[in-house]
Design a protein around this ligand. Sequence first.
Ligand code: AMP
Ligand code: MG
Length: 407
Amino acid sequence: MSLTSIAELQTIIQNHIAQRPLPLASETLPLAQAAGRVLAQDIVAPVSIPSSHVSAMDGYALPQAAPAQSSLKIVGESAAGSPFTGSLKIGECIRIMTGATVPDACSTVVIQENVNREGERIVLQQDAPAAANIRYAGEEIQAGQTLFAAGRILRHADIMVLAAQGIASVLVQRKLRIAVLSTGNELAEAGSPIAAHQIYDSNRPMLHSKLRDCPADIIDLGKLPDNLAATVQMLHQAAEQSDVVMTSGGVSVGDYDYLRQAVAQVGTIHHYKVAMKPGKPFVFGQLGSAWYFGLPGNPVSGFVGFDLFIRAALWQIAGATPIPQPLRFQAALTCNVKKAAGRADIQRAIISQNSDGTWQATPTGKQDSHRILGVSQANAYMILPQECGDLAAGEMVTVQPLHEVFL
Ligand code: AMP
Ligand code: MG
């Protein structure tokens, strides 16, 4: 039987989540705290931007176009925040600053670099064309226009736009409660020395760290030894208090791998195993009303599994529409790469841009799933398709920056 491909598993996860949306309550947040959260309301613009016709430059506002050498009398001033309230005739102008309202009596602005100022008069150094250097009312945003739809992941630029609309707070979806558990008899906590048969738990801090970029309140379930009864009990407890449960370790076929058995007792496994290296065992299921993701213990597998399957799923569960897609592009291999056909290989690589604008990719040494330093040296994944075999230097591969840039 052929293994599920990465794309198929992504679709399976997406379809399950779409069929059973979590009931999400929303909360109101001050605007400056809302970036990175999912908007829970449509936002209709209360005001037009600009709200009046304003000057785009520092210069002089004229009633109409005028040819070079025209001499005009300055009869007033319009500054940002202090509009000109008088009237003016042909042959007159006002001094105007960037962002200041252009009076109704003026139809064009000439920049100050193009005039000679002589006391209370200016002389145009070149023709002043009609309708120049003015930002018209509503040119950027019309009051009543829908600016953002519910489901948008708010970006820093959105905060700027909303602030310009005089909006001080927004309704966002609440954060997900995400429980994180490590399993393995060999695991030890930082802060105490370890025996030769032990290792420090690196998955839990790594997952906590990744979850900082997601709309998540983390429930730290600590670590458990490889014990079925204890695992079952912990999964029951986790399911009750969280929206998503994430575990690492114990999903393979070893004698002490109890996670699948435990998940099957407490809930349902929707999918297991994906045609991917690293991280073939990957469990997706549900525990009561909580979604469940079971990552393999090897830290590199967990790291990659999170990026390929879990991050997008979390955004979907959190109510984001559309579901964000990672940035991917093509880069040329700088060396030969060994690869067996049959499983997609998510290699860790260093990408850099060439002087002609194209990109190149170099794998960070050996790619076994315990090699954590290579992940940290990398700045991108190389996504080598399931069907492809060995690759030669110069061939083009798809890369995805490790530091998430969502499209
Ligand atoms: P498992 O998936 O439980 O078979 O574990 C696979 C490998 O990952 C083993 O070498 C484990 O010791 C290691 N491992 C499991 N959990 C962790 C963890 N939390 N941190 C670091 N390594 C781990
Ligand atoms: Mg284990």
